[in-house]
Design a protein around this ligand. Structure first.
Ligand code: F0G
Length: 417
């Protein structure tokens, strides 16, 4: 991973101090002269670079666009997004056994997931490039967000979903916001292969997290966590635990920390340890971390009830794995039963999340039990999507309804009073 140099002059290809750099071969490209998702020369992942790196003094306003100084534009196609709560969960905190536990609930974004932060920037870039059709592969949330932001921008939207493996709430959102939905006979990774082909054929503008501009928007999760935690606790978190699918968020948080460190706004010793959690049945990142590898192996067969992270080929691993290593973090796999337990525990504190989101809390518990996380740590768990995204999973984890006759006497009798 290339280091950011705050003193370097922007290259000639930069536009308003913004350019793209390949993370593998360091080739630099103009940001908006033509559509590209990966390096022209070596096909490596691209990263957005800025002549001016942000400090906390730069930020004004609310939501994602409060952080415009860390983004390629001053404004975007906005619903608006960001400003999500940082919940305290006292019972869970003492039960898991850490000094502080806070839940950054990204399910409180306009379409119910963190994807909105990426789309407000990504769809703005799409309008800048003059495209007329947007597309993504999705386990559900990306499709819901793209459909809403595409609709807002007045653009045609195409989403490819793994047939039978997307939670009901997400399909409903994509459908009502007017996306054309293709149900693909294959898993998410197959859908992404196809969408990448469509994008390279010029059929659509790709808005998966392979698109480097989307990750810029998602970077604001890290900025918000640091600001909120500092304001409420007078200090910074030691660790951020998050669910991992395509590893876009992990990559985005690492970019956030690198930029703040390069600008001098974040002390290197204060960078939180990035800790990724995957479901046991879809854990290529965990495998790579455990085996000390710098690349993931593609899992052709994946399964988990947490369908949002049912992914076998995390395309952002080359950006995310260095982040886990450099911040002293780790990655851990959890079972579907552990995920469901965590989903219930969060719900008992009033925080309603979908299964993939609960993986962060399940992973923290496992790492605490193993002694990897110590009792004196201040931890933020990221919950990425709202409970209502997957009503079936919520019903499975929750209490059954009790049928009763339609009279007060019968209800009293049923209640045993
Ligand atoms: N949590 C939820 C609720 C998600 O929807 C996703 C990804 C993740 C976690 C993983 O995030 O990919 O940045 O590591 N969902 C994508 C989608 C793949 O299509 O909605 P990541």
């Amino acid at each position: 991973m290339l280091d950011l140099d705050p003193t370097a002059d922007p290259p000639d290809c930069a536009a308003d101090g913004v350019w793209l750099t390949c993370i593998d071969c360091a080739e630099q490209f103009a940001p908006f002269d033509e559509i590209r998702y990966t390096c022209d020369d070596c096909d490596g992942l691209l990263e957005v670079r800025y002549a001016n790196l942000p400090t906390f003094d730069d930020f004004e306003g609310r939501g994602v666009w409060r952080y415009a100084d860390a983004l390629p534009f001053d404004s975007g196609v906005s619903l608006p997004e960001g400003d999500t709560p940082l919940h305290d969960v006292p019972r869970l905190e003492s039960d898991v056994g850490v000094e502080r536990l806070r839940i950054k609930h990204e399910g409180m974004n306009p379409t119910g997931s963190f994807k909105d932060r990426g789309m407000t920037v990504g769809v703005r870039v799409a309008t800048e490039m003059g495209v007329d059709r947007l597309a993504c592969a999705s386990t559900g949330n990306t499709s819901a967000a793209l459909a809403a932001y595409g609709a807002r921008a007045g653009l045609e939207t195409l989403v490819l979903l793994p047939r039978g493996k997307v939670a009901a709430g997400k399909v409903a959102q994509a459908s009502l916001h007017g996306a054309r939905i293709l149900e693909v006979d294959g898993n998410f990774d197959t859908c992404l292969d196809i969408v990448q082909d469509l994008a390279s054929l010029g059929e659509a503008y790709l808005l998966n997290s392979l698109n480097p501009f989307r990750l810029e928007g998602q970077k604001t999760i890290g900025l918000e966590i640091l600001e909120q935690f500092r304001d409420e606790e007078g200090t910074l978190p030691d660790r951020i635990v998050l669910p991992v699918g395509n590893a876009g968020n992990t990559a985005a948080l690492y970019k956030c920390f690198r930029e703040l460190e390069a600008s001098g706004a974040l002390d290197p010793d204060d960078v939180p340890a990035l800790t990724g959690v995957q479901a046991e049945g879809a854990a290529p990142m965990v495998e790579a971390v455990e085996q000390g590898r710098t690349e993931t192996r593609r899992w052709d067969s994946v399964e988990t009830r947490a369908t949002a992270i049912r992914i076998g080929n995390p395309v952002n691993a080359p950006k995310a794995l260095p982040g886990i290593h450099a911040t002293g973090g780790t990655a851990v796999a959890v079972s579907d039963a552990e995920i469901q337990r965590a989903q219930r525990e969060l719900a008992e504190e009033g925080v309603g999340v979908e299964p993939a989101s609960a993986a962060s809390v399940a992973g923290l518990r496992v790492l605490r039990e193993r002694g990897v996380v110590s009792a004196d740590e201040r931890v933020v768990c990221l919950t990425t999507g709202h409970l209502l995204k997957d009503p079936d999973a919520a019903a499975e984890a929750g209490k059954d309804a009790e049928p009763v006759p339609g009279t007060t006497d019968a209800v009293l009798e049923h209640l045993g009073t």
